[in-house]
Write a protein that binds this ligand. Structure first.
Ligand SMILES: [Zn+2]
Length: 192
């Protein structure tokens, strides 16, 4: 027997009913049926990705552009005074379904919603240790990222230069041909 599809995938393929807010070929936004507040929207990629790092960059960019757009619309339409843009990854973080999603939870002055957590005390030395660990890894990984991006940009520029030069050569060849044609016709006329 085939493994049962996740609830969001069933909503996406239409086998479970939902109230759709927005959809296109990349993303789907639905109304949460057990909302944290009125106007709580769930935004997800149509493809089943469990974690943020599995999502391709172009999908991710589009997903967050949509989060920006829908946040503004929800605030405006619902007359909310704030909005939580909230994603969880992993059970321990509160991810309820293994399909990455972003919660857009409006907040109201008379019905505030905020992601509160216990603010813990950590020894300064420990904080420094944690800072170093994350900073070192981020530095390593960001260098990789920057190198990749730089390579992409370099390739793009090289291609653009090659294209431009091909275009220029074409124009010059045309000009030369035209000059040659004119010269030939001029010579032709002078010859008795
Ligand atoms: Zn899914």
């Amino acid at each position: 027997m085939a493994e049962e599809k996740c609830v969001f995938c069933q909503i996406i393929d239409g086998s479970l009913p939902t109230i759709k807010i927005y959809e296109d070929k990349t993303v789907l936004a639905i109304l949460d049926i057990n909302p944290a507040s009125e106007g709580h929207v769930i935004l997800m990629p149509r493809t089943h990705y469990e974690t943020l790092d599995q999502i391709p960059d172009d999908v991710l960019v589009f997903l967050f552009k949509l989060a920006k757009l829908l946040s503004g619309i929800i605030k405006k339409v619902m007359k909310a005074t704030g909005i939580n843009i909230y994603a969880c990854e992993g059970k321990s973080a509160g991810q309820r379904l293994p399909h990455f999603y972003i919660n857009l939870i409006p907040s109201y002055d008379d019905n505030p919603v905020s992601a509160e957590w216990e603010r813990k005390q950590v020894e300064p030395k420990k904080l420094e240790e944690i800072g170093n660990k994350i900073r070192d890894e981020a530095k390593k990984e960001s260098i990789k990222l920057v190198t990749e991006e730089t390579e992409k940009i370099k390739k793009k520029i090289t291609k653009k230069i090659a294209d431009e030069s091909a275009k220029k050569q074409k124009i010059e060849k045309k000009k030369e041909d035209e000059e040659m044609r004119q010269m030939k016709s001029l010579i032709g006329r002078r010859i008795p």
